[in-house]
Ligand binder design. Structure first.
Ligand SMILES: Cc1cc2nc3c(=O)[nH]c(=O)nc-3n(C[C@H](O)[C@H](O)[C@H](O)COP(=O)(O)OP(=O)(O)OC[C@H]3O[C@@H](n4cnc5c(N)ncnc54)[C@H](O)[C@@H]3O)c2cc1C
Length: 473
């Protein structure tokens, strides 16, 4: 009889017979893909090309029942399982070696309730699905800065983006989830139903089950006044010192993340700036239009900038502006930290590495997480670092694996130099697989409570391909 070698939860190998696998395939409305199938390589590929994994089975689920069937199959067969939302995770946590991938990428429905300003989003959506649907009604949900990122992973880790200062993290706008638990049951978690679980999924990642549906609060945002300002690298010290004071004092209608960057060699960027290393801030203003000129005046005047690209754009256009610079299939290496204070000493170290960006797509971003993010307490959701003011991330990026040594070395050296100035932990969604100490440092005082919830809902740690909260040591 034909058998397939699979990985168990403990990492051991075992054999599954063909009949068992065919029973799973027959129970699905979606498809079950195995090595040798025409779609196998496409289905196992994730956004970060540095990640190469070979699952034994990939279930492209079409319905919630498919998800339940897969969870039950994995549990009964002691099978390693990963859950794939948008497949964007830096460490490739949507895919696993030798196990079953529960792939939600075909579950992409979005329903907007314009009267109640809520949006219901299927577990496999990417943000572009949500941005476009909500925009039809003049609404937006706070998310990240790249529209191809999955709603699932981004939301469950927290969600930091252009609307953070005004409306908080993505989880601060999450009203409920429908989630398939490790025992195969489907429950709703909200402020009133399974509140412990609802607390944990807001920042605790994919540890607690497979979210098939998210219910978000949306906000009346249609056009925003947004875009980049770039300054020469020689001005980076002054820009950073100005930025750290200016933004926290600015109205929460204004968001702006700082970047060391190389000007992309293509329109709309002027040719004389192409491939120049610069520093910049990418702004997004959602306040009254008549006040925009006044809000942006100090920005236009600081320096002044070598490029001032701020103008009115539909929100979905801002959300997808970086998509062409970062298509799927690049090699990515990530490091990150939360930061309370951008001290003079930290700025000096940043300048050293900003001047050495190893490839044109490599970058460093500092995202503000003050304003509305601070109005939620550190223990109100699993996302602990509400007292940090910034989330910093450095990424070495290039299409060519031959450059990995350079990009990885720069990222690691950069992080090593800046970590002493950080708050200690990092945003889980900006981390690769960095071990248990980093996970604990990130959840801090919330870790014991997360562990309790994990024990209650997933005592055998079926959902472990994530920034894992272990039920036991
Ligand atoms: C180019 C780029 C830009 C980014 N920009 C931002 C940003 O601006 N702001 C920000 O906050 N983050 C950002 N991120 C980080 C992003 O939030 C994480 O990579 C996130 O994990 C991506 O989610 P995903 O669903 O695409 O990932 P996947 O790789 O599919 O999954 C990631 C993790 O989430 C779990 N998961 C996914 N969906 C579900 C679900 N429905 N139910 C249960 N578990 C699930 C998976 O099991 C896995 O553990 C960015 C990432 C990239 C690559």
């Amino acid at each position: 009889m034909l058998e397939t070698v699979v990985k168990t939860l403990s990492g051991a190998e075992k054999r599954l017979d063909e009949t068992t696998i065919q029973q799973l395939a027959a129970s699905l409305r979606g498809e079950l893909i195995q090595p040798g199938d025409a779609d196998y390589d496409t289905a196992r590929t994730v956004y970060n090309a540095m990640i190469e994994r070979h699952p034994a089975l990939i279930a492209r689920c079409a319905t919630v029942d498919d998800v339940i069937a897969c969870v039950n199959f994995a549990r009964r067969n002691d099978l390693l399982v990963s859950v794939r939302g948008g497949g964007h995770n830096a460490g490739g946590l949507g895919v696993c070696d030798g196990g079953l991938v529960i792939d939600l990428s075909k579950m992409r429905g979005v329903q907007v309730d314009a009267a109640n300003r809520t949006v219901r989003v299927d577990g496999g959506c990417v943000w572009n699905d949500v941005d476009r649907a909500a925009h039809e009604y003049g609404l937006a949900v706070p998310s990240g800065i790249i529209s191809t990122t999955g709603v699932g992973g981004l939301t469950l880790g927290g969600g930091i983006g252009h609307l953070a200062r005004k409306y908080g993290l993505t989880i601060d706008n999450l009203l409920a989830v429908d989630i398939v638990l490790a025992d195969g049951s489907l429950v709703t978690a909200s402020a009133t139903e399974h509140p412990d679980l609802f607390w944990a999924v807001r920042g605790g990642g994919g540890n607690f089950g497979v979210v098939c549906s998210f219910l978000f609060r949306a906000h009346p945002i249609s056009n925003v006044i947004a875009g980049p300002t770039f300054w020469p690298l020689e001005q980076a010290r002054d820009v950073l010192k100005w930025y750290r004071e200016f933004l926290p004092a600015a109205p929460e209608d204004l968001n702006g993340f700082f970047a060391f960057l190389t000007v992309p060699p293509a329109p709309p960027f002027p040719e004389h700036l192409h491939l120049q290393k610069m520093c910049g801030v990418i702004w997004c203003y959602t306040g009254p239009e008549e006040q925009a000129d006044e809000v942006f005046r100090p920005i236009r005047e600081f320096g002044p900038p070598a490029l001032y690209g701020v103008h009115a754009v539909p929100f979905p256009a801002l959300q997808s502006v970086f998509d062409p610079i970062y298509p799927a299939g690049l090699q990515w290496y990530w490091r990150a930290d939360f930061v309370k204070e951008l001290s003079d000493a930290a700025i000096e170290r940043n300048l050293e590495f900003g001047a050495e960006l190893p490839t044109w797509q490599s970058t460093m971003h500092i995202y503000p997480i003050d304003g509305a993010v601070h109005r939620v307490g550190p223990e109100e959701t699993a996302f602990s670092y509400r007292d940090a003011n910034w989330a910093q991330v450095m990424v070495g990026v290039d299409p060519d694996p031959a450059n990995n040594e350079r990009t990885i070395s720069w990222t690691r050296r950069y992080w090593d130099a800046l970590h002493p100035y950080s708050a200690g932990g990092a945003y889980v969604n900006f981390m690769m697989e960095e071990g248990q100490d980093r996970i604990r440092a990130t959840y801090r005082d919330n870790y014991p409570r997360l562990r309790e919830v994990k024990r209650r809902y997933d005592p055998n740690n079926l959902f472990r391909v994530n920034q894992n909260i272990r039920p036991t040591d």
